[in-house]
Design a protein around this ligand. Sequence first.
Ligand SMILES: NC(=O)c1ccc[n+]([C@@H]2O[C@H](COP(=O)([O-])OP(=O)(O)OC[C@H]3O[C@@H](n4cnc5c(N)ncnc54)[C@H](O)[C@@H]3O)[C@@H](O)[C@H]2O)c1
Length: 259
Amino acid sequence: MGVHDGKTYLITGVLTKRSIATSVARLVHQDGATILATSFDRARATTLRTLHSVGLEIPVLNYDASSPTGAEELADQVMQHTDVLDGALFAIAGAPKEALNSDLSRATANEVAETLTTSALALSSLAYALSPQLARASESASLVALTFSPHRVWPGYGWMGIAKGTLESIVKHLAVELGPLGIRVNQVDAGPLRTAAARQITSLARAADHFSAIAPLGWDAQDAQPVAEACAMLLSPLLRATTGSTIVVDGGAHLVGGS
Ligand SMILES: NC(=O)c1ccc[n+]([C@@H]2O[C@H](COP(=O)([O-])OP(=O)(O)OC[C@H]3O[C@@H](n4cnc5c(N)ncnc54)[C@H](O)[C@@H]3O)[C@@H](O)[C@H]2O)c1
């Protein structure tokens, strides 16, 4: 019996075959998990096509992370499928292009708010909205978020870098708040990968070459599998006493001095 056998996970963030969430969904599904996916208005057709192309015929619920009611509406839809969730993956990032600039002053307050809401604050809304279903898991339930190098400033990552710093703080606070309900909250700090989200950000393309050059274990920006494996491990009960933590999956690049 695999560690994901009989588990039910909510997986956000499936867009293309390259999406980190697509690799996670395939991995845990192969290992016996039931999956509910999410998508939102303009992305929905692409999400459906991607899931079909990788052989995942699973429900796709509506979830717009930028909407103030998105998480509550999602929780209602989840309840139509299951009243128990063993975990959820928050693999969402979104920002208007003006917010992805070294010059922070170029983004308006609304653009900043959209970036922070979609890419960070939504994790908190999602966690609280799903907490009744997560709290019913037989073993500790797990929320997993994705981040990129939150302790460094990457020129051009702009307000998304600030969103990732905020996300880390939210992960820690939620871990403390939701721990007594048996809910773990962690994040995976992934090295740069060539996904749709990354294409918008030129500094991530440069970072991909940099990581490949310096990572002691090597780094392949085309291969999301090592990141997906870490997410799957965190979703599973194997790390049942780990919460509020960041697992870095970058081939060791973050360790190398002078980089
Ligand atoms: N690609 C990288 O280099 C890299 C590195 C580290 C961390 N990450 C993080 O991994 C996560 C997944 O990104 P990815 O690289 O797989 O790219 P991706 O483009 O495949 O996934 C991003 C997802 O966010 C979704 N999204 C955007 N706005 C949304 C909204 N308002 N409501 C709901 N969903 C919305 C998109 O539909 C898409 O599914 C993101 O948090 C990203 O910051 C990516």
